[in-house]
Design a protein around this ligand. Structure first.
Ligand SMILES: Nc1nc2c(ncn2[C@@H]2O[C@H](COP(=O)(O)OP(=O)(O)OP(=O)(O)O)[C@@H](O)[C@H]2O)c(=O)[nH]1
Ligand SMILES: [Mg+2]
Length: 418
């Protein structure tokens, strides 16, 4: 039996205005061909408008950059040596040209964002060669960084894998946290005769969904907000292994299965189990209830009993009868133990009371308060806003939702553009 250590409970505190998550600025840098593909996928998915996210694709291959959409910034480097044609899988060349372009790299990092996410598919020459250099420069500039890397398929050969592992080792020493997805793991889900590009599309899609969930956690205002200090605390440190996953289901789906999916993403190199820092956010429409939060919290506590758990709760009017949960965990362990299959538990979702904030905001707030207390008793760390802030956020959400509903009561051809 693991030791049951109750996570420390944070006392109610007011979120400082100038430190709110809404102001966080993030830059996502896709390095090499695969890195560019992944950030392209992600930029298509963002379901909220945010000018706070900057997408930048960096490559030695000019043609590959040209195929990317124009909402991504594009930076070519090493053109002198590669003639803009890529490195042809030459890692030493990728490394060399990155070193010779240090000025350009510093310039990419000069825009004072709060968080820089570096994304690359390792196994080629550009991403694999350049990522240690980008990471080193970021560290010299004292930036907060998260590296997200895929590893090559085994059929690409042992040398590719060795080069990729070496690049990660070097980069890790300079990055705060690193998330790794071995491409090979896709064969747990698809037949091995799947076309190469389709396999990549599935991996990119899954990865983009998880990053999207993380960004949504950062930018959506919630009944319970995760603030920048919480995110920073989860990522900070050096060489932290990270687990990130997002799962979206219908409210009527089995909650224990949902939790299992959320906490055991087979595509990720590291397990969620025994994580040290856990940050999770639940988004839902009107029917969002604290019971789902309590259920997931308990499971998290069971699998990572010593973790410091921070959660957020967000209303997203676009999620009508669905909930979406995102987990970011660090200090996780390498996959060796399997997560035990969940016990047969009654799905909690079906019978629960429906929260109707539109009509009775005060009741909802007191209900939230009541359930927050229950959660605190369970030992979950709650970063609360004070009652005034919760009420304000609630009223704003209701106002927005009412406005949206009003618009849709007007026939489409009569609707005026605002
Ligand atoms: N998940 C994923 N992996 C990819 C993708 N494209 C390529 N890969 C993998 O990443 C490795 C490196 O490919 P690229 O990213 O194209 O290489 P590069 O960094 O541009 O380097 P060069 O083209 O050799 O200069 C490949 O061996 C594949 O295993 C992609 O879109 N998604
Ligand atoms: Mg390339």
């Amino acid at each position: 039996m693991p030791k049951q250590i109750k996570p420390k409970i944070k006392k109610t505190k007011e979120v400082p205005k100038d430190n709110s998550t809404k102001k966080i600025k993030i830059k996502i840098i896709g390095l090499g061909g695969g890195g560019g593909n992944i950030i392209k996928e992600l930029s298509k998915k963002l379901d909220f408008s945010s000018n706070k996210i900057d997408f930048t694709a960096v490559n030695t291959d000019v043609q590959a950059l040209e195929t990317l959409p124009n909402n991504l910034k594009k930076v070519s480097f090493g053109e002198g040596e590669t003639k803009g044609l890529g490195t042809g899988r030459d890692v030493a060349l990728g490394h060399r040209v990155a070193e010779s372009e240090e000025k350009k790299i510093k310039n990419i990092f000069s825009d004072q964002k709060d968080l820089y996410i570096l994304v690359a598919s390792l196994g080629g020459g550009t991403g694999t060669g350049a990522i240690p250099v980008f990471s080193k420069v970021a560290k010299e500039l004292n930036l907060t960084t998260l590296g997200i890397f895929t590893l090559p398929f085994s059929f690409e050969g042992k040398d590719r894998m060795r080069e990729a592992q070496k690049a990660i080792e070097e980069a890790q020493a300079s990055l705060n946290a690193v998330l790794i997805l071995p491409n090979e793991k896709i064969f747990k889900f698809v037949k091995d005769d799947i076309p190469f590009n389709s396999a990549l599309d599935i991996i990119n899609d899954q990865l983009a969904k998880s990053i999207q969930g993380l960004l949504s956690t950062v930018y959506s205002s919630g009944l319970i907000n995760i603030d920048w200090a919480d995110i920073k605390a989860t990522i900070e440190g050096v060489n932290q292994r990270a687990y990130l996953n997002t799962v979206q289901v219908k409210l009527t789906d089995d909650l224990s299965l949902f939790t299992k999916d959320l906490l055991s993403n087979e595509l990720i190199e590291y397990n969620f189990q025994k994580s040290i820092n856990v940050l999770f956010n639940i988004e839902g429409g009107k029917n969002l209830s604290m019971k789902q939060l309590a259920f997931i919290s308990e499971k998290i506590h069971e699998l990572a009993p010593e973790a410091r758990i921070i959660f957020g709760l967000t209303q997203n009017p676009k999620l009508k009868n669905e909930i979406r949960a995102t987990v970011l965990a660090t200090g996780t362990v390498k996959k060796e133990e399997k997560i035990a299959p969940p016990k047969k538990e009654k799905p909690v979702l079906k019978k629960e009371k429906v929260v109707t904030p539109k009509k009775k905001p005060k009741e909802v707030i007191s209900k939230v308060e009541e359930e927050l207390k229950e959660l605190e008793e369970l030992g979950v760390e709650i970063n609360r806003r004070n009652a005034v802030e919760i009420k304000k956020a609630e009223e704003e959400a209701i106002k927005k939702e009412n406005e949206e509903e009003d618009i849709f009561e007007i026939p489409a051809f009569l609707r005026k553009k605002k």
